[in-house]
Design a protein around this ligand. Structure first.
Ligand SMILES: [Zn+2]
Length: 196
C-alpha cells in the first residue's frame, strides 16, 4: 500500500516526472537529436539559397532553396519564417534545463541570439499583418536589414545560433566530471570519466 514516494525514496528531483522534466531527463538525448536534425535541415536550406545566388548566379527572387523549388510559397510566406523562428526559440528554451555547467553557458548564448533573431522575424510578420512596412521600404524590413541584405543576414543569424548550439552539445556529450555528476540525462558518452 506504500505510495511511489515511499517505494522510491530517492526518486527524481522535483518536477522530473513532468513532461518538461522528462524532456530534460530521460528524453533529452532523443529530443536533442530530433531538434538538431530540424535545425540542420533549415540551416542547409539557407546555405543552398546562398549557393544558388552566389555560385549559380540565380536572381535572388528565383533562389528558393530545396523545398522552395517545389513549394515557392514556403519561401515567400512570412508566417512560416516567423513560425520557424518561434519553434526554434521555444525548442532551445525547452531543452535548456538539461544543460549544466559549461554546456549551459553556450546553450544560453544560442538562446539569446535566437531571441533577437525571433524579434527580427516578429517585426517582419507584424508588417505583413499591419499591411504597412517600416523605414519607408517597399517590402517588410527588419532592423538589421537596414545594413545587411536579407539573404546574407538570415544565413548569418542561423549560423551564429548554430555554432554555440554545437559547442554546447560538444560539452554536453563530453562533460567534465563535475558537470557529468549533475546531469540527469543520458547524453554524455562518458558519464563517469576517470580523468578531467
Ligand atoms: Zn542531455
Amino acid at each position: 500500500m506504500a505510495s511511489t514516494a515511499f517505494t522510491h525514496p530517492q526518486a527524481q528531483p522535483q518536477g522530473a516526472r513532468s513532461f518538461f522534466g522528462k524532456l530534460n531527463g530521460p528524453w533529452h538525448k532523443r529530443a536533442l537529436q530530433t531538434f538538431t536534425i530540424i535545425v540542420l535541415a533549415h540551416w542547409a536550406e539557407h546555405l543552398v539559397l546562398a549557393y544558388q545566388v552566389y555560385v549559380l548566379k540565380w536572381p535572388v527572387h528565383e533562389a528558393r532553396g530545396v523545398l522552395g523549388q517545389a513549394f515557392p510559397w514556403l519561401v515567400h510566406s512570412e508566417v512560416l519564417h516567423y513560425s520557424y523562428a518561434l519553434i526554434m526559440l521555444v525548442g532551445i528554451w525547452t531543452l535548456l534545463p538539461g544543460f549544466v555547467g559549461r554546456s549551459r553557458a553556450w546553450w544560453i548564448a544560442a538562446l539569446v541570439i535566437q531571441f533577437w533573431h525571433h524579434i527580427e522575424h516578429a517585426l517582419l510578420q507584424g508588417q505583413v499583418i499591419a499591411g504597412r512596412t517600416l523605414f519607408g521600404s517597399p517590402i517588410p524590413t527588419s532592423i538589421v536589414q537596414l545594413w545587411f541584405p536579407r539573404l546574407e543576414l538570415h544565413l548569418f543569424y542561423n549560423t551564429v545560433v548554430f555554432i554555440p548550439m554545437m559547442v554546447a552539445m560538444y560539452y554536453h556529450v563530453f562533460p567534465s566530471a563535475p558537470d557529468a555528476a549533475r546531469m540527469r540525462c543520458s547524453c554524455a558518452l562518458h558519464p563517469h570519466p576517470a580523468t578531467n
